[in-house]
Write a protein that binds this ligand. Structure first.
Ligand SMILES: Cc1ncc(COP(=O)(O)O)c(C=O)c1O
Length: 432
């Protein structure tokens, strides 16, 4: 590197400057982070769930009770959804429309879905994304430039972190949901933008998808107004689920109007794919001309857009589905808590059970639950959560029944009462 910076060319001394092999580096990296779990065996990584999506599916040739899917309202295999998807795919195939939205990939159905989403979310304008993750990355990139500063929750989803990685804006994280720390960071950001004349963007999640607590939007709104910042909320897990009508956590806290930029995905409560951003007219107009992931990539396909129309109608009529969901959530969470299990601060269907232990203990626990009582739950370990934590992440849906909850609590009683797990139920408060 130093030689190059002094003007030497690699050809000057080819044998000495031959770089190490990139593939040797990836071999090293494979031993770290998620790659270290590749050899766990037992179908733990990349498991195959088969059959209609619902609480009971097939895994490795047997029926299992599944608590791992974000199919909150049970729409994935809903008869009307299946019918709408099949009919739309029959008429359009999966290729249509071709090209990016701006050049050749627009349709009345896309625009109508945006109007309907705006009405449902209580916002003025909406813009569809072909994929949620890339949409968020590109949204952050489009919203900010080198003069701006982003202040974001330290437990933000990877798509937010990646968006922050690619924008040229400055950034500073605040401790998860810690409002005193957010205020400190806002003060710091205010100083940072003094010389640049830039703006401040606060980013948080509505429902934190890994641990189920809610971004403190009521207090964040107050702070962002006090410091003249704008607020972007990723409510992937709250959209369709939280709030009286399913608008999300903004509705739950009665601050929907104060969220400047609101992101939702079709991949969870709507059980489809694609996503959207909603906000004021000027913002959405700007994004249509500036979001690289939408300008330089293919549009959301017509079949998915038509399927999303059907799903949105079900969300709008979704009081009883949300009622079913929260009945199961209450039953499950109160059952787990009454066993002394630690569910952290969850206030949503996302149900984390905190255990302390090694990733291998987490994998072993998951295997025992699958192979014994046939309960399919995912465990989350480092790097998705802090080192030393094994999180059983249980995702209830509107389709689960009281008897499913009973079976699962019994299974956890059996597996966790074995000595080694009894030890790890006691979470060290210092760990998380
Ligand atoms: C908080 C959050 N934001 C964004 C995404 C990405 O959404 P999609 O699956 O639509 O790409 C996810 C998905 O896991 C998520 O949990």
């Amino acid at each position: 590197m130093n030689d190059l910076s002094r003007g030497a060319h690699p050809d000057d001394n080819a044998s000495n400057t031959r770089p190490s092999d990139l593939f040797d580096h990836i071999k090293d990296r494979m031993r770290r982070d998620l790659g270290q779990f590749a050899d766990l065996g037992g179908g733990i990584m990349f498991p195959k769930l088969e059959g209609p999506i619902g609480p009971w599916m097939r895994h490795e040739g047997r029926d299992v009770l599944v608590w791992s899917l974000n199919n909150y309202l049970g729409l994935a295999h809903h008869a009307e959804v299946l019918e709408a998807d099949a009919e739309a795919a029959r008429r359009h195939g999966l290729a249509s429309p071709m090209g990016s939205r701006m050049l050749s990939g627009n349709s009345d159905a896309h625009e109508e879905l945006e109007r309907r989403l705006s009405t449902y979310m209580g916002k003025h304008s909406t813009y569809l994304f072909n994929y949620g993750y890339q949409g968020m990355v590109s949204l952050i990139d489009a919203l900010t430039d080198r003069n701006d500063v982003i202040v974001y929750d330290s437990q933000s989803h990877a798509c937010i972190v990646d968006g922050i990685r690619i924008t040229l804006a400055g950034h500073t994280a605040f401790r998860h949901n810690d409002m005193d720390h957010l205020e400190k960071r806002l003060k710091k950001a205010s100083r940072m933008v003094q010389g640049t004349n830039g703006g401040i963007l606060v980013i948080t999640e509505g429902v934190f998808g890994m641990i189920g607590d809610l971004g403190a939007l009521d207090r964040i709104v107050e702070l962002k107004n006090r410091y003249g910042a704008r607020l972007l909320v990723d409510d992937a897990h709250g959209f369709g689920v939280m709030g009286r009508t399913g608008q999300g956590v903004g509705e739950h806290f009665d601050v929907q109007d104060e969220i400047d930029v609101l992101f939702g995905t079709f991949a969870k409560a709507m059980a489809g794919f694609g996503a959207f951003v909603t906000g004021n007219e000027e913002l959405v107009r700007y994004l249509k001309y500036n979001m690289r992931s939408q300008i330089y990539a293919k549009t959301l396909c017509a079949a998915m857009v038509e399927g999303a129309h059907k799903r949105l109608s079900l969300l709008q009529e979704g009081m009883s589905l949300r009622g079913d969901l929260f009945r199961i959530v209450d039953l499950l969470q109160s059952g787990l808590r009454s066993r002394g299990l630690d569910l952290g601060q969850t206030q949503s269907p996302v149900t984390p059970v905190y255990l302390s232990g090694t990733p291998r203990m987490g994998a072993d626990l998951v295997m025992r639950l699958r192979e014994g009582p046939g309960i399919f739950i995912s465990a989350v370990t480092y790097p998705a959560v802090e080192k030393g934590v094994v999180l059983l992440r249980i995702m209830p849906t509107a389709q689960h029944t009281e008897s499913d909850v009973g079976l699962t609590l019994k299974a956890l009683d059996e597996v966790l009462s074995e000595e080694e797990y009894a030890l790890c139920v006691q979470r060290d408060p210092a760990v998380v």
